[in-house]
Design a protein around this ligand. Structure first.
Ligand SMILES: [Zn+2]
Length: 249
């Protein structure tokens, strides 16, 4: 065995070791996820997921959106490709309303893993290629329908590993995490939703759902937003604070 051959074996071993380096983190709060923004004023970002994939999950809380429109409350809407397919006309209306920013809630609503991890019994993506497909599939759909690029991504279940987050950021996407759990998948009572929203402080990002009109989200949100308005809070879309984002180190 000559020196060159040994060297080749060494290099190949080092390279494959780095390729199979497992992800170290798995969750809603891993390195690189945006959870807050810096703000000099009393500003909060409201975000709403629309998940799709079943008749129940493809619903539209029209009265919630009407409340936002009537009160000129801006919001970021994280919309999944399957929800768009079930609600094409509503999607176009929302995308053309300047009050709202359309963001990407995934193509197949999968947790974003580089190695096939699962959460809540939902199988995550299994490779870098699948991570990219989960992001770019819906980005392409949204661009084809609206001519607009999205800048924020939130996976189905909002779970990630840090390698998947890094891949998303390499593809120009910020990961829209959150600092206040607004409705826990629309499972909270109206009272609990209000309580959660009123715990928000300046620079917080709050997560809700706009696809479960049967839950407590709408009623609790209206109560909470009305109180925050009286307290002098304003609301922002995530792109408005793009220069002031705070990410998990
Ligand atoms: Zn979802």
């Amino acid at each position: 065995m000559n020196f060159n051959y040994l060297y080749l074996i060494l290099i190949t071993t080092v390279l494959s070791a780095s390729e199979i380096q497992p992800a170290l983190q798995w969750g809603e709060n891993v390195t690189g996820i945006v959870t807050h923004f810096h703000s000099e004023s009393k500003a909060i970002a409201l975000t709403f997921d629309a998940c799709g994939g079943s008749p129940k999950s493809s619903q539209y809380d029209e009265k919630l959106i009407e409340f936002l429109i009537d009160n000129r409350i801006p919001a970021t809407l994280f919309i999944n490709a399957r929800w768009i397919d079930s609600n094409p006309d509503i999607f176009i209306q929302l995308a053309h309303n300047p009050l709202f920013e359309i963001a990407n809630h995934g193509t197949a609503h999968k947790p974003l893993s580089t190695e096939g991890k699962s959460i809540y019994g939902i199988q995550g993506t299994t490779s870098e290629a699948e991570v990219i497909a989960e992001i770019e599939g819906n980005n392409g759909k949204i661009f084809a329908l609206t001519g607009k690029h999205t800048h924020f991504f939130r996976s189905g279940t909002a779970y990630y590993d840090e390698k998947a987050v890094a891949i998303a950021r390499e593809h120009g996407m910020e990961i829209g995490g959150f600092s206040v759990l607004g409705d826990a998948g629309a499972t909270f009572s109206a009272q609990k939703v209000t309580q959660q929203l009123l715990s928000a402080r300046s620079g917080d990002i709050v997560i809700f759902h706009m696809n479960h009109p049967e839950g407590g989200t709408r009623e609790g949100l209206i109560e909470g937003v009305n109180t925050l308005l009286k307290e002098g809070f304003t609301f922002v879309r995530l792109s408005e604070v793009k220069e002031h984002l705070i990410r998990i180190p």
